[in-house]
Each structure stands twice: as structure tokens, then as C-alpha cells.
Design a protein around this ligand. Structure first.
Ligand code: PXL
Length: 306
């Protein structure tokens, strides 16, 4: 088996997803599957909703296990309802015993028990490409999880991860630093090294919350540092960016694409979806990422009769 071979987790079969994907393109069945474990955003911008839109745009079959349900819109979060851990477990089992998955993406897990559950399930069903987007701070930069949850991410989930995608704030907190102590490129490299030492194959530290007319995401695989550079677009604080980036990485991994290339392609997808977001306003608050970028729209195929 080559490096890209993975088990279809939950189905007990070893496959090379790249070959499998090509075969299925011809036979029009068995698409690569991806499991997202995270929260629901009723407003359709972030969380599981962003993930599913990203999966559709990538031609993979998205499945989900919800951890929390939020009542939110583009302006803010009104209420959060946390689902019982046993019910989260039931969703993961239901998906994996039947549909299986070629990669897993985690978003808002929240409680340490949920991080523990995901770790346990990945251990039970078998190794699988895993993207961990540690949702740890809110839009204002305040920590929204307990120290136990941070510890569970560090000690349980990160060692299993193919790619982790903290933003700078989250990255600093994960290694016990304050974000104000990160000033120079050397500080950032050291931060990435410390995260890499926790066990993931690839670390992506997202720089989107820093000032400046370019946004630099730093990628570190233990050997080289890669800077992914994008111009800052004139959209204030777009919503669903982190979820989209991480789920695009998971979609690419499910197709058997290497971790580095999966991150690069996801970065490009995100830029397209952000550029397309310049063209719309959904609600009165933060602008959602636009996953229609690159998809065939009704007016292009002549279905727009208006
Ligand atoms: O962007 C992080 C995030 C993840 N998951 C859910 C969210 C958010 C941010 O709003 O609502 C459900």
C-alpha cells in the first residue's frame, strides 16, 4: 500500500482513494465520503453548514455528527444547545457502520468529553486522514472552552491529526502563550514548531486576524515552512472562513491528495469563495463565504426564466 492508501473507516476495506475516485468518476457511484463533526449554524455561514457546502463544491459526499446546535444569524449567536455525548456517539456510529469515511474533519467540539469521544472513535474504527480545526476562541478573541478541553486537544486529538488549522490566537493558547507575545516571523515559526511537537503531520497557523493588506497562513510539516499569501479583500470579518478552509482540506484528503497539496488547493478554493462573497450580502451582519464560486449557476445553464 502506498502512502495515500487509507481504510474506508467503518467499512474495514483498504483502498487508494485516488484510484477509487477515478474509478467512481467512470461508474458514477461510490463518491469519496467525508465526516464532519461539529456545530450547526442555523444562519448557514459557518459550522456544519459551511462544511456541507464545501463538500458539494468538491464533489465529495458529506456526512455529519452534530455536537451543538446554534440559533444564529449573520449578526450573532442567540442560543446554543449542546447535544448529549451519547447522541454525538450515536451519529458517528450510524455514519461509520454504513457509509464509512475517507477523512474526518472536526470543528466546534466544545467539551473535553467530546474531544475524548472523537479520539476514541477514530481509534476504534481505524486510522483515517483527520483535519482538526480547533474552534477555541470567539470573534472577540475570548477563549470559549475549558482548560480541560485545551488539554484534550493537545494530548488526545492532535497526535492523530493529519492537519491542524488553528488561527494565531488559538495556536498561541494551545501552547500556553499569549498572542501579544508573537511579534516576529521567528516567533511564529517557533509557535508552529511547538504545535508540530504535539503530533500532527502538518500545522497550519492562520494569520487572518492580524492587521495588514495581505493575509499569510504559515504551513509547517516538520521539514519546511511554506507561506500561503492572499490579498486581504474588502470584506470585514467574513463568516465561515475557518470552517471552509478546513473542510476543503478534508475533501482533498478524501480524494487521496497529499496533505501539503490539500492545504494549497483549499487555500485557492477559499480565495475564490471569498472573492465571490464580494458580490453578495446575506443578512445584515457578517458576509458568508460564497460556495457558488466555480459551480454552474442556473442562469449560466439557461434555467433563469426571469
Ligand atoms: O467559525 C467557527 C464556528 C464553528 N462552528 C459553528 C460556529 C462557528 C462560528 O460562528 O457557529 C457552529
Amino acid at each position: 500500500m502506498d502512502d495515500n492508501a487509507v481504510t474506508i473507516v467503518g467499512k474495514g476495506k483498504q483502498v487508494n482513494p485516488a484510484e477509487h475516485f477515478m474509478t467512481t468518476q467512470k461508474s458514477r457511484n461510490l463518491p469519496p465520503r467525508v465526516l464532519s463533526i461539529g456545530g450547526s449554524d442555523s444562519g448557514g455561514s459557518a459550522g456544519i453548514q459551511a462544511d456541507l457546502k464545501t463538500y458539494e463544491a468538491h464533489g465529495v459526499f458529506g456526512t455529519t455528527a452534530l455536537t451543538v446546535v446554534t440559533a444564529q444569524n449573520t449578526i450573532g449567536v442567540h442560543q446554543i444547545f449542546a447535544l448529549p455525548v451519547e447522541f454525538i456517539q450515536a451519529q458517528i456510529d450510524a455514519v461509520l457502520i454504513d457509509i464509512g469515511t475517507y477523512s474526518v474533519k472536526t470543528g466546534l467540539l466544545g467539551r473535553a468529553e467530546v474531544v475524548g469521544l472523537v479520539t476514541e472513535k477514530i481509534g476504534a474504527y481505524g486510522p483515517v486522514p483527520l483535519v482538526v480545526d480547533p474552534v477555541l476562541v470567539n470573534g472577540r478573541g475570548d477563549l470559549i472552552v475549558s482548560p480541560e478541553t485545551l488539554k484534550a486537544y493537545r494530548e488526545q486529538l492532535f497526535p492523530l491529526a493529519t492537519v491542524i488549522t488553528p488561527n494565531l490566537d488559538e495556536a498561541a493558547r494551545l501552547v500556553g502563550l499569549s498572542v501579544e507575545s508573537i511579534h516576529t516571523p521567528a516567533d511564529l515559526h517557533e509557535l508552529a514548531r511547538q504545535l508540530k511537537a504535539l503530533g500532527p503531520q502538518v500545522v497550519v497557523v492562520k494569520g487572518g486576524h492580524l492587521q495588514g493588506d495581505h493575509i499569510i497562513d504559515l504551513v509547517f510539516d516538520g521539514r519546511q515552512f511554506i507561506e500561503l499569501d492572499a490579498p486581504r479583500l474588502p470584506i470585514e470579518n467574513p463568516h465561515g472562513v475557518g470552517c471552509t478552509f478546513a473542510s476543503a482540506i478534508a475533501a482533498n484528503l478524501a480524494k487521496g491528495i497529499s496533505a501539503e497539496q490539500s492545504v494549497r488547493l483549499a487555500h485557492t478554493y477559499l480565495q475564490l469563495a471569498l472573492q465571490a462573497a464580494l458580490e453578495w450580502q446575506v443578512g445584515a451582519g457578517r458576509t458568508p463565504v460564497n460556495h457558488h464560486a466555480g459551480t454552474v449557476t442556473a442562469d449560466i445553464v439557461g434555467l433563469d426564466q426571469s
